[in-house]
Design a protein around this ligand. Structure first.
Ligand code: FRU
Length: 478
């Protein structure tokens, strides 16, 4: 594989997001290991620094004081030749300890596939900046329990409870469905098997399709309910989606009550959580929706969505944009008014935008076009139809390029009684639409340099307000 070109600034590459994280160079998949220590947030990510395709993952590392301005740091973990992680440091989680911090990750050996050996490994850091990580001599600390026919054993999620450290490992029982395997430890090194915390039935969980394997699990416990997040894997090469399972957790097992998708778009997977003093933050991976040539040319592949705020609302999982994103706002475009008559246009709005649209009337529909060329050859269209209860993202004209996804994504729109607030985050090659409890995330690749227009079309006398801000960059070099 050829070395990816080091990214020399983002000026030329108008697909590289500005406030969504990308690797300085190479491939990104899952965000992992989020933790907060000494006033800084640390986030890690599955990284191939040697190419723009997935291979032999390392753990890339960024930190931030405010969740929106991030700094790239040296790689935290790399596979050790002859180690328990010789073929990759797969996903896992991070925790703060008395000595510093610890990463629990998946060491793998052997080629990807059903026979690959996977086990939990431990690395610790004592330095204040968490730059240096030392792998435990005991590794692996948690091998797969014997006697179970498992579809995988990876992506440990660790938290501290009154009776010690707990670990959930993403897995699946052959013939049944996804599984969360549960372990407990006094010291992060010796783990006792507590049995499964939850197992799917017939590849479902409370009616929701959940595949044969659960990747990247996490568990959050609120005062009213617990919620597990899992990424659905089905033994194939398709990247599916993540679901939230709301239920009751008794310290050992989770009794599921409701489950549904967390994001309704095609390009959001492998969420990673941080319980930030009771506020639940969730990052996700947005994979490319284009062929391999573009990333190979650009030197990077994949991006992470900024933290979203997770709540359980009326018993269901809900994701909202991070309030701190407001700090990246730059210019305010004058597009707001009380009534939209026909259409509002701004031909040079920009390609990194924070769009707030409020539809006041109960029956109103609106069509928002972003990343639009002046002649309309390229544009991504978001249709919000309150009367039909439908949200639609049309990528058929998003790009003149041929090796990109070009479909129409539709989702039900949960219509509130009062005004409907829609938020659209646009960042060059990624769009996140928030119009209810489940966002919709998709990648788009306009090729024309003038595809930076914005238009709102609505029937005459639609009561709406539209506020648009351009967004600044969220990362800086180490
Ligand atoms: C999810 C995943 C994880 C695994 C990692 C490897 O995208 O497949 O299950 O640990 O990616 O990079």
């Amino acid at each position: 594989m050829s070395e990816p070109r080091a990214a020399a600034g983002t000026g030329e590459d108008h697909h590289r997001p500005r406030f969504h994280l990308t690797a300085p160079v190479g491939w990104i998949n899952d965000p992992v290991g989020a933790l907060r220590r000494d006033g800084r947030y640390h986030l890690f990510y599955q990284h191939n620094p040697h190419g723009t395709q997935w291979a032999r993952p390392h753990w890339g590392h960024v930190d931030s004081r405010d969740l929106v301005h991030w700094r790239h740091l040296p790689e935290a973990l790399a596979p050790s030749v002859d180690g328990a992680d010789a073929d990759g440091c797969f996903s896992g989680s991070g925790v703060v300890t008395e000595e510093g911090a610890a990463l629990l990750y998946t060491g793998v050996r052997g080629p990807v596939g059903p026979g690959q050996w996977q086990a939990t490994c431990l690395a610790t850091s004592r330095d204040p900046g968490l730059r240096e990580w030392r792998k435990a001599v005991e590794n692996p600390v948690t091998p797969p329990p014997p006697g179970l026919a498992l579809t995988g054993f990876r992506d440990p999620f660790v938290w501290r409870a009154g009776d010690g450290w707990h670990q959930l490992v993403g897995s699946g029982l052959v013939g049944r469905g996804g599984a969360l395997l549960h372990f407990r430890s006094p010291d992060l090194r010796r783990w006792e098997d507590l049995g499964p915390a939850l197992v799917g039935e017939d590849e479902h969980v409370v009616g929701e399709w959940a595949g044969m394997m659960w990747e990247c699990p996490s568990l959050l416990q609120g005062s009213d309910a617990a919620i597990a997040l899992v990424s659905v894997h089905d033994g194939d090469t398709t990247t599916h989606h993540a679901i939230g399972i709301v239920g009751a957790f008794d310290g050992t097992t989770l009794r599921p009550e409701r489950a549904r998708r967390l994001d309704l778009g095609p390009d959001w997977y492998a969420p990673c959580v941080l319980d930030d003093d009771g506020r639940w933050l969730v990052w996700g991976w947005s994979q490319e929706a284009r062929g391999p040539a573009g990333p190979a040319r650009a030197g990077w592949s994949g991006t992470l969505t900024p933290a979203r705020v997770l709540t359980v609302a009326d018993g269901w999982p809900r994701l909202d944009p991070l309030p701190e994103l407001g700090r990246l706002r730059q210019r305010r475009l004058c597009l707001d008014g009380a009534t939209v008559d026909g259409s509002l246009r701004h031909e040079n709005a920009g390609a990194s935008l924070d769009v707030e649209l409020t539809l006041v009337g109960e029956q109103e529909a609106a069509v928002l076009r972003v990343l639009a060329s002046p002649d309309g050859e390229e544009a991504t269209t978001v249709t919000i139809d309150r009367a039909a209860g439908r949200l639609e993202l049309d990528r058929r004209r998003s790009s003149r390029a041929e090796d990109v996804s070009a479909d129409v994504v539709t989702a039900p729109l949960v219509v509130p009684a009062g005004p409907l607030a829609v938020r659209v985050l646009v960042d060059r090659s990624i769009i996140e639409v928030f119009a209810g409890p489940q966002p919709l995330t998709a990648r788009v690749y306009p090729v024309r340099p003038d595809s930076c227009g914005l238009e709102l079309a609505a029937p005459t006398a639609t009561m709406a307000s539209l506020v648009v801000h351009t967004m600044g960059a969220g990362t800086s070099p180490p």
